[in-house]
Structures are given as C-alpha cells and as structure tokens.
Design a protein around this ligand. Sequence first.
Ligand SMILES: [Zn+2]
Length: 120
Amino acid sequence: MSDGITLACPFCETVVADALPEIGPGRCPGCDARYEGGEDSAPATVRAALAAYNADDLPAGEILDNLFRLSPDDDLAHRVAITSDRREDFYGWWLFVHEGPEGARGTLACLTRHRHAGSG
Ligand SMILES: [Zn+2]
C-alpha cells in the first residue's frame, strides 16, 4: 500500500487528503465542512476541535457521547461527524463540522443538548 495519510469527508466522501505526508485542519472542497483534530484518539480530537472553534467551555465527553449515539437520519448527523484517517501504523481522528448560520460553536453546542429524546 502507498505511504502517507488519506482522509475522506464523512459527509460527501470527497478525498480531502490523498496519501500526504502530513495533514492539518482545513475545509472539504466538496461540501465546505471544516475539519479539525488529527489527534490519535477521538476524545483528544474533540477537545482539540473545541479549542479551535473557541468552544472549549463545552463538555467534550458529552459531545463525543452524543456524537456516537446520533442516528444517520438525525439532522445533526449531517452537520457534525467524527471519522478516522488512514495511515501506516495508527489512526488519526478528525471532527468535521458544517458551520451553518449559528457557526461551528453553535452546531457543537446542539450536541450537548441532544440527550435521550425518549423514543426507543
Ligand atoms: Zn465534504
């Protein structure tokens, strides 16, 4: 297999990095989602992304929990997603966010209010 880091957008599947030696935060050229993180664990990536969006007062653990609980037909699942890249010997994690009218911070804040809706 080729060396380097490959990352695809979880919303539109555009390849945002194709076997690059290094990748950093940026925007998806396909759907304009911002992505932040690149840490070696999902919680560390959420914390890094919250800091990048000036939202580090939000509870990272709660956001990550709710993120993993989103069902694919939930509106928020189309606005926030966490995914891992592919690289040689470990994964890096990235948080993708569609900023929307309320900004990345507002979108992420929705996840802290996204407790059990009661159904199911
Ligand atoms: Zn995209």
